[in-house]
Ligand binder design. Sequence first.
Ligand SMILES: Cc1ncc(COP(=O)(O)O)c(C=O)c1O
Length: 408
Amino acid sequence: MSAADRISNIRRWRRPTPSSTFTASYKADPDPSKINLGVGAYRDNDGKPWVLPVVKKAEQAIVADGSLDHEYLAIDGIKSFTDASVRLILGAASPAVAEKRYAACQTISGTGAVRLGADFLARFKMAPVYISNPTWANHRAIFTDAGFKDIREYKYWNPKTRGLNLDEILATFKAAPNGSILLLHPCAHNPTGVDPSFDQWKMIAQVAREKNHVIFFDCAYQGFASGSLERDAQAVRYFVDSGFEVLIAQSYAKNFGLYNERTGCLSIITRTPQLAQNASSQLCKIVRANYSNPPAFGARIVSLVLNNPQLNAEWEQQLKTMADRIISMRKALFEALTQLGTPGTWNHIVDQIGMFSFTGLTPAQVKVLHDKYHVYMTENGRISMAGLNTSNVRRFAEAVDWVVRNVN
Ligand SMILES: Cc1ncc(COP(=O)(O)O)c(C=O)c1O
């Protein structure tokens, strides 16, 4: 069979429904009361994307900087960016930072960071991988494509309490083969919006320690979840400070609004500086054969902001503006449902954190929300709080009230 025959035999891959598809059908919908809660990106109170003013400032400074050119970057990217990324997630005072016990590599946003980490583990630590159920749809695909054959799930969501299934999580990690890989969301779990409390993280760490599991944190929402960079990093810092060697994927899509600049970082925290250098060389080997070296613009923006105290303070303020707006929409939705007397309990709306909320609405209810009320959201009942604003939150609550009373 010729190569052409084999290519003509390739079956079509059915694309998942990305936020851009929602946006396309949402845009085409002429109904003026339509609401888009499918999009996984921040929107301001007018429903518009927001370019952070500090990002605009940094962009202008970069364009005006005559010393910058378009030469290739190093394989592992801009060092001032990757060093600042590690300080951001671990804290500047972390012993791992002072002792240079980290390998850090600039990546193609958070997705690229998870993929680079998966490729690294596939070479040096092939073991069962545990992903949460539910999780961000790409996790399974990334580990599968990296060559992992044994991908298992831990039940994360308790539909009865609409909260964390801690008992199941602990039991699964206890029963897992020693040295398994645990993929954890350190904050703003996607899609549930449910995070373990600090004490619950300690329990998870205890089991992971006993079983010698490998921890891989996928951190796509630092600062975006609670509005506090420290709070959103507390799980990662706890594990690292108590001696774990961990992998950390960071994304600057949400917290800098740099979605299409594909700016991220993968770090591996090791026991010794020598091991960090070894790990760093292996990350470079993978990147080199993959895309040679990363793009510059997004990383230049982040590096400029994180390394300049004045810009950094402005960024933290603007990050808080985004987080606070989302928190205020949670409150507004909860209050509207309470006022309407919508059957069921809705505390989870305010207890959950970050951009997403797992409403507990059924696929049938989601369908009616779409067909009757022009609400765009994923079939699993997940809504992006960023799509709510002071003009549409009441309307959405009334639509939810109707489907909860009339559709099973
Ligand atoms: C849990 C999680 N990981 C990683 C990502 C990757 O984001 P990006 O590749 O845009 O940085 C996302 C984005 O939605 C996410 O929710």
